[in-house]
Every structure is written in structure tokens, then in C-alpha cells.
Design a protein around this ligand. Sequence first.
Ligand code: SF4
Length: 181
Amino acid sequence: MREAELIKEICACGAHRAETVPDGRVVLSADFRGICAANQCGKFDRCWVCPPAIGEIDALMRDIGRFSHAVLFQTVYPIEDSFDIEGMERAVRHHTAVTQRVKRRVQTKSLGEYLLLSCGGCTLCKVCTKPSGQPCRHPDLTVAPMEAYGIDVYCTARRTTLKYTNGTNTVTYFGILLWRE
Ligand code: SF4
């Protein structure tokens, strides 16, 4: 019942779909730290909620194990083609806005202990303060990426009916809400 209510709320925030992860069991792999370190996204060591600042992956995966419930959600955004960089940037902004709405709604619920994660590094500021060593400007608003916690999004999505990709000329991003009562 609680899951059904949250799924409705998350979709009302603009998510394309949201679904319970059976038994709250997300798929984890420490291999994601190496993938982050390869820095294809350019955020490694340049964002407060990305590695290495976010912490050791083994400890973060143990954190995930403390939660008994999980709802995986996704946004799907249309782009012109696979070269539509501006469209992809709009998709990121859209996903960030949806995630921030979810964050605000969740804060009004009595969920007990919870953790909201998204994908990719934080994009709230045009330029993150991490490289300059200055404190994060919005520590209450940041949402860390699932990969930093070792969550295998592809394999976790396969435990649900959510599709990892949603057709040509679309981009799909994921987020997850974990909690324990
Ligand atoms: S809120 Fe700004 S300073 Fe903080 S992690 Fe995000 S981009 Fe960096």
C-alpha cells in the first residue's frame, strides 16, 4: 500500500514510470567504482556527491543493504537524434527537476529512514565548487548518483518491468527511492 502511494506521488512529480523493486533488493556491484574512476562523465573528483568525495563504495553498498523497500523510477525524454546534445542536456535538466520534486514530496512523508538517489553527478550549479575546495552550495538539495553507491541500474531495472531504454530518439534516466520503516 505504501509503495502504491509513493509510486503515484513519484509519477505526479513527472516521472514517466515508477515501480517497486521486488523485496527491495537492488543489484549491487563494486565494479562501478572503477567505471566512475574512468571518468567518462567528467564528474569524477569534480562533484561533491560523486567519488571519491561521496565515500568508499563498500561502505555505501552496506548502506544500501539497510533499506528494505525500493521504488525505481525513470524519466523518458524525446530528442531529435543521437547527435542532439542540446536535447540530451534538456533531458538531464528535466530529470533533475523531477528528482527535486520527488525530494520535496518525500520530505513531507513520514517514511522513516530513506535515501533518494539519481543518476550522474549533481547538476544543480553551473560550476560545482568541488574542484576549488569550497563547500557545496546546496547540501540539502544534492542527490547522489546510484552508480556511486554501486547500484547496477540495468540489472535492477530488469527486476522490474521498467525498460532500460525506451525507443529511438529518446533518452531514459533513472532514480531510486529506498527506505525502511
Ligand atoms: S549543489 Fe552545486 S556545489 Fe553542491 S554538489 Fe551540486 S553542483 Fe556541486
